[in-house]
Write a protein that binds this ligand. Structure first.
Ligand code: BDR
Ligand code: CA
Length: 330
């Protein structure tokens, strides 16, 4: 029997964050032991409301700790309501009462406490801007040794960016935190646009899952994906009414790494100027004269290729399985 991955999920839900959360709850090899929230797709308060709502809607009570509401150094921008909806879940027409309250500790404190309590056991899957991990590193410099591994949905190496020609949204939202994370020295995997832009999921994929599971959680996800697919259809009509899976791919990597091809090297982040938020990877083993690329900088495993059809099959089979429990009451 495979031991389950004990996961803290750091997230800004967010439509693809919701997909990722439900994949993680549904997958038998993943045990979500906590959720930490950040600003990004929505303000952090809304991210916390959504994390509690989505988990309790699916019948789970999981600790949720609220995290950072602004970037470490950069001037904050506005959440992209035109992509995820003003509520982060495609402007739901109504919500049922499911109750739930955030923990009293901050996201960074929660991460540090859990890592100290379970040394070497926790996988941190982060799919939003990386301020919570940045702060946790400042609170506990030994964190890279205390966590088992970190998996990010973040960045782009060869693929163009999605908020500028070179920057991916999570990194661009807090480039200073991202650079701290890429240079901290943990077992680090980057699942970025190089692979997430290859996995296109039609809105009908989620509508079909909601037909199979006549459950409020799946109807909520399908509603949110419809809104998200409307946005993608406006910028990429060639994709049809569909969207990228982005965040769910971080969990797919965790349970099925054989579906990806990776390259390993030093990754750094541009923190200012026109390349702000760009993730750059050193692909050659040469001694660069440019400071910041010294050979002793930690390396990141970067996903560069993916079997998109196999990913879609795995996501479908996982969400179609018998995993949903009755929604929790207020
Ligand atoms: C990332 O940005 C967010 O909008 C998504 O939730 C995902 O984490 C994609 O660039
Ligand atoms: Ca996200």
């Amino acid at each position: 029997m495979q031991t389950k991955h004990k996961v803290i999920f750091d997230t800004d839900p967010g439509v693809d964050d919701a997909m990722a959360l439900y994949f993680a709850l549904a997958h038998p090899a993943i045990d979500v032991v906590g959720i930490t929230t950040t600003f990004g797709n929505v303000y952090v308060e809304q991210a916390t409301i959504n994390a509690l709502y989505l988990t309790r809607l699916a019948g789970r009570s999981i600790p949720v700790a609220q995290g950072v509401n602004i970037p470490l150094a950069k001037t904050p921008g506005l959440p992209p309501a035109f992509i995820h909806g003003a509520d982060g879940l495609g402007n739901l027409p109504s919500r049922i009462a499911v109750g739930g309250q955030a923990e009293t500790e901050s996201a960074a404190e929660f991460i540090v406490q859990m890592a100290r309590r379970h040394p070497g056991e926790i996988t941190l899957v982060a799919v939003g801007p990386l301020g919570n991990l940045g702060l946790a590193l400042k609170l506990e410099p030994q964190l890279p040794k205390l966590l088992k591994q970190v998996v990010l949905m973040a960045g782009a190496v060869d693929e163009p960016g999605n908020v500028s020609p070179v920057a991916e949204a999570n990194v661009w939202n807090d480039p200073d935190a991202a650079d701290l994370v890429f240079t901290a020295g943990w077992d680090l995997t980057m699942v970025g646009l190089d692979v997430t832009h290859k996995v296109v999921l039609p809105a009908s994929f989620f509508a079909h899952l909601a037909q199979q599971h006549d459950h409020v959680a799946m109807h909520t996800l399908s509603h949110a994906v419809n809104f998200y697919a409307n946005f993608y259809q406006s910028i990429r009509p060639d994709l049809g009414h569909a969207c990228y899976g982005h965040d769910v791919l971080a969990f797919v990597w965790l349970v099925a790494p054989e579906l990806f091809k990776t390259q390993t090297g030093r990754v750094r982040v541009a923190k200012e100027g026109i390349a702000n938020g760009q993730t750059m990877m050193a692909k050659l083993a040469i001694p660069y004269p440019q400071a910041g690329w010294e050979a002793d900088k930690p390396e990141t495993r970067v996903c560069m290729e993916v079997d998109a059809a196999a990913c879609a099959r795995l996501i479908d089979a996982t969400l179609a399985s018998d995993w949903l429990l009755p929604a929790l009451a207020q």
